[in-house]
Design a protein around this ligand. Structure first.
Ligand SMILES: Cc1cc2nc3c(=O)[nH]c(=O)nc-3n(C[C@H](O)[C@H](O)[C@H](O)COP(=O)(O)OP(=O)(O)OC[C@H]3O[C@@H](n4cnc5c(N)ncnc54)[C@H](O)[C@@H]3O)c2cc1C
Length: 397
C-alpha cells in the first residue's frame, strides 16, 4: 500500500518530466524506453511559460536557461517580405506570463532531463509490446521477452503509443500538411531579417517558422500535402529539390535559409482526435500518447510538461491504491479539457497560415494585432491553479 509503484513507458520529454516530478513528491518511478540510448530526433523546441514554469519547479531553470535563447519578438511576415505584425517577447514576456520563453535544442533539453533523472531507474532497450491487468497490478511485457509489474502504468510513449491501444481505439489523423526542419548557422544567412525573433512567414499553401538558438537558426518549413500521406510512419524521405521547389517564388531570405543546409526528410503533421478516455484500469496516458497535435502553436511539449506536473501532484495526494481511480479521473478531467482547447486551436490555425493572397488573408492580417490577447490563455496557464491543487497543497502543508 502507500505510495503508488509507477512504471512509465517512454523516456521522452513527458516520461522523464513525470519521473522527476514524482520523485519531488517522494514517489519512486521506473522508466522503460525502447531506444538503446536516450536521444532526440528533430531540431529545436520552443518552450513557453506554461511549460517553463514546470521545468523551473523541478529546479532545472539554471541549466536550461543557460542552454536556451530568449527571442526578442514575435514577427509575422508576408511571404514576399513585409512585416505584418511584431510583438515584443524578451523580459516583458516573462513578466506578463510569470515564466520565460526559451528556444532550446531538443538534445539539450533531453540531456538536462536525463542527467537530473540519472540511470538507476532508467531501463533502456525496453520496447513495450503488451500491457495487461493482472490481479491488482498491471503487467508490462517487452520485446526482449522480459516483463515487470506496477500498480500504475503511464503511457508516455508518444503519438503511436502502445499503451493507448489498450485504452482507446483512436489513431493519429494526417493533417494534410508536412514539414521540413533544419538548423542553419546564423553566419550562413546574413540576409535573414530579424534572426533573433520567433518569425512566421505566411504564403499560399505554405509557411516557415524560425527562431534562433545560440549561433544557429532553427526552421520548420510547412507545405500542403502530399495527400494522402504515403507511408505508415510519420517521416518519409523527400526527393531532392522538393523543398526548394515549394518556396521557389518566396522572399530571397527564406530561400537562402531553407537552402543553407541539406534538405531534411519530410515530417507528416499528424494529430490525434480527442480520446473518449485517457485511462483504464491502472493505465493512464500522458503527452503525445494522449493528445498529439499539429505544431502550429508550439505547444505539444509544453502541454506534456503540464500533464506531468498535474499527474504527479494528484498522485502525491494518494495514500493508498484505492485512491488511484479518483486521482486518474481528476487528471483526465482537467487535462482533456485543456489539451482539447489548444489542439483544436492549433488545428484551425493551420489553414490560416497558408491562405492565398486576397480578402481572407487580409482579414487574417488585421486580426494579427490581437494575437497576444487571443493566445494569452495558452501561455498564462498555471497547471497548479485549475485543480485547486495549489490551495489544497498549501492547506495540507
Ligand atoms: C515538427 C514539430 C515541431 C514541434 N515543435 C514544438 C515546439 O516548438 N514546442 C512544443 O511544445 N512542441 C513541439 N512539438 C511537439 C513535441 O515534439 C511533442 O509534443 C513532444 O515531444 C511530446 O513528448 P512525449 O514525451 O509525449 O512523446 P515523445 O517525445 O514522442 O517521446 C515518446 C518516447 O517513448 C518512446 N517509446 C515509444 N514507443 C515505445 C514503446 N513501445 N516502448 C518503450 N518506449 C517507447 C519513444 O522512443 C520516445 O522516447 C513539435 C512537433 C513536431 C512534429
Amino acid at each position: 500500500m502507500g505510495r503508488p509503484d509507477v512504471a512509465i513507458v517512454g523516456g521522452g520529454i513527458g516520461g522523464l518530466t513525470l519521473g522527476l516530478a514524482l520523485r519531488r513528491h517522494g514517489i519512486r518511478a521506473r522508466i522503460y524506453e525502447q531506444a538503446p540510448e536516450l536521444g532526440e530526433v528533430g531540431a529545436a523546441v520552443a518552450l513557453a511559460a506554461n511549460g517553463t514554469r514546470v521545468l523551473r519547479e523541478l529546479g532545472l531553470e539554471p541549466a536550461l536557461a543557460a542552454a536556451s535563447t530568449v527571442p526578442t519578438e514575435l514577427v509575422y511576415r508576408h511571404w514576399t517580405g513585409p512585416r505584418l505584425v511584431d510583438i515584443p517577447v524578451g523580459e516583458g514576456y516573462a513578466a506578463q506570463f510569470g515564466a520565460p520563453f526559451w528556444g532550446i535544442h531538443r538534445a539539450r533539453l533531453q540531456d538536462a532531463l536525463a542527467s537530473a533523472w540519472g540511470t538507476e531507474d532508467l531501463h533502456l532497450g525496453k520496447e513495450l509490446v503488451d500491457v495487461e491487468m493482472l490481479g491488482g497490478r498491471t503487467r508490462l511485457t517487452f520485446a526482449d521477452g522480459t516483463d515487470t509489474t506496477a500498480t500504475l502504468v503511464v503511457g508516455a510513449d508518444g503519438i503511436r503509443s502502445r499503451v493507448r491501444a489498450r485504452i482507446a481505439d483512436e489513431a493519429p489523423v494526417y493533417s494534410g500538411a508536412s514539414g521540413f526542419r533544419g538548423l542553419v548557422p546564423r553566419s550562413a544567412v546574413p540576409e535573414l531579417p530579424d534572426p533573433d525573433a520567433v518569425q512566421f512567414w505566411m504564403g499560399p499553401g505554405a509557411h516557415v517558422l524560425h527562431y534562433a538558438i545560440g549561433d544557429v537558426v532553427n526552421f520548420l518549413a510547412v507545405v500542403d500535402g502530399p495527400d494522402p500521406w504515403p507511408g505508415p510512419g510519420g517521416m518519409i524521405p523527400a526527393a531532392p529539390g522538393e523543398l526548394e521547389e515549394a518556396f521557389r517564388d518566396w522572399h530571397p531570405a527564406v530561400r537562402a535559409l531553407l537552402g543553407a543546409v541539406p534538405q531534411s526528410p519530410r515530417w507528416g503533421l499528424f494529430a490525434l482526435p480527442p480520446l473518449p478516455r485517457w485511462s483504464a484500469d491502472r493505465m493512464v496516458l500522458l503527452g503525445d500518447a494522449a493528445h498529439a497535435m499539429v505544431p502550429h502553436h508550439g505547444q505539444g511539449a509544453n502541454l506534456t510538461l503540464e500533464d506531468a506536473a498535474v499527474l504527479a501532484d494528484l498522485l502525491a495526494d494518494t495514500t493508498s491504491d484505492a485512491d488511484l481511480p479518483a486521482a486518474l479521473a481528476t487528471y483526465e478531467r482537467l487535462r482533456r479539457c485543456r489539451t482539447r482547447q489548444v489542439a483544436r486551436s492549433a488545428w484551425v490555425t493551420s489553414p490560416l497560415l497558408h491562405l492565398p493572397d486576397g480578402p481572407a488573408a487580409r482579414a487574417r492580417d488585421r486580426r494579427l494585432a490581437d494575437l497576444v490577447e487571443d493566445f494569452s490563455w495558452i501561455h498564462a496557464y498555471d497547471h497548479r491553479e485549475p485543480a485547486g491543487l495549489r490551495t489544497r497543497r498549501k492547506a495540507s502543508a
